[in-house]
Design a binder for this molecule. Structure first.
Ligand SMILES: Cc1cc2nc3c(=O)[nH]c(=O)nc-3n(C[C@H](O)[C@H](O)[C@H](O)COP(=O)(O)OP(=O)(O)OC[C@H]3O[C@@H](n4cnc5c(N)ncnc54)[C@H](O)[C@@H]3O)c2cc1C
Length: 323
């Protein structure tokens, strides 16, 4: 039976993404320990313990928010004690940053963007999409620990268990290799996304706009549509690079990978790098003036039309239907 560890970043909560990550670990049917870095609310640790054999809340001086070297040192120290075969991390940017570094510190191997996890010949095998979602690569990690980050919402949350695992609070003192470079980098400033919004990775409905909108004002029009649909707003890289919307709205290869039930692409051409971010969307719809736009080959419903003729009336019609 494999010894599996799931590592969570400071501030982790038991949300849909975390539940999916734990489900991916549980599917491997090993001994599962969750390491929560920093502090955690009691109801969070209780929910985690319901899905795992053990939860370790690993605290250290100064560890109340993400500081890469400090979190890395804590994870290295606790993982070294646990001697895992497999270490799983989430698909957020912090976890992605630390996955290969933790593998290096533990003398293991790493891979990212796992969309499925299986054991083959006693090795961890993952699949992940490549070439803009046109093909799936199978990667077998033939050394341990195999340290892997898992794409958000690739796994549905698992049902609650009848029993719960243990919860331990551990104060970690860094020493030796784990203490090295601990002050080398610091997050000096943080810009929080406005509170109350759902993370794009967790959104059920997304209304996204592209360069064809021509500026920042039309995104206000899309906002009204998004609010009516209870959707989150997103954008192509072209729209983000133009400064019309914030960079964290970007969906795609170098942006967020999303998996909504419905993705509405408005004035987005459907470049392969954008499509890579929506490969897991259940239903894609597109509005575009160009009938040859690649997005039409990747959507279930498409409308060849100027967005200006569609977005306003569609919003009003939806409002009327929903009222
Ligand atoms: C390494 C690399 C990584 C990248 N990563 C990403 C990424 O993560 N995400 C991403 O999105 N891109 C990414 N890109 C950029 C990508 O290649 C495209 O350039 C980008 O996605 C284009 O954005 P767009 O569809 O908004 O713009 P365009 O390709 O310019 O398309 C605009 C569309 O709007 C339509 N249109 C124009 N006017 C209207 C109107 N009035 N009504 C309706 N439709 C209209 C046009 O017909 C056109 O299809 C990456 C590129 C590289 C090289």
């Amino acid at each position: 039976m494999k010894n599996i560890v799931v590592c969570l970043m400071p501030g982790a909560q038991f949300d849909k993404s975390t539940a999916g990550l734990l489900a991916s670990a549980r599917g491997l049917k090993g001994q599962l320990t969750v390491i929560v870095t920093g502090t955690a609310e009691d109801d969070t640790t209780a929910s985690l313990a319901n899905q795992a054999d053990a939860v370790i809340v690993a605290e250290a001086v100064g560890l109340n928010e993400y500081q890469p070297e400090l979190v890395l040192g804590v994870l290295q120290t606790v993982c070294s004690d646990l001697n895992p075969d497999i270490v799983l991390m989430a698909g957020d940017t912090y976890s992605q940053e630390l996955t290969p570094r933790l593998a290096g510190r533990l003398g293991g191997v790493s891979a990212g963007d796992a969309q499925s996890l299986t054991l083959e010949n006693d090795n961890l095998r993952i699949t992940r999409s490549v070439y803009g979602g046109k093909a799936m690569a199978v990667v077998e990690l033939r050394s341990t620990p195999a340290v892997v980050w898992v794409r958000a919402r690739s796994f549905a949350p698992a049902a609650p268990r009848d029993s719960s695992g243990s919860i331990e609070k551990r104060t970690v003192e860094l020493s030796g290799d784990a203490a090295k470079h601990v002050d080398a980098t610091k997050i000096v400033e943080r810009h929080e996304e406005s509170s109350g919004t759902v993370r794009l990775e967790d959104a059920m409905v997304i209304v996204a706009g592209g360069r064809g909108l021509g500026g920042s004002e039309p995104f206000e029009e899309l906002k009204s549509l998004a609010e009516t649909m209870n959707a989150q707003q997103a954008a192509s890289r072209a729209a983000c690079d133009a400064g019309w919307v914030p960079p964290h709205w970007q969906v795609g290869q170098t942006g967020k990978k999303v998996a909504p039930e419905l993705y509405v692409a408005i004035a987005i051409s459907g470049a392969s790098q954008h499509l890579m971010g929506i490969a897991d969307a259940k239903v894609v719809t597109a509005i575009n003036t160009d009938s040859d736009a690649p997005i039409f080959k990747h959507c279930q419903f498409g409308l060849v039309e100027d967005y200006k003729a569609v977005v306003g009336p569609l919003t009003e019609r939806l409002k009327a239907l929903l009222s």
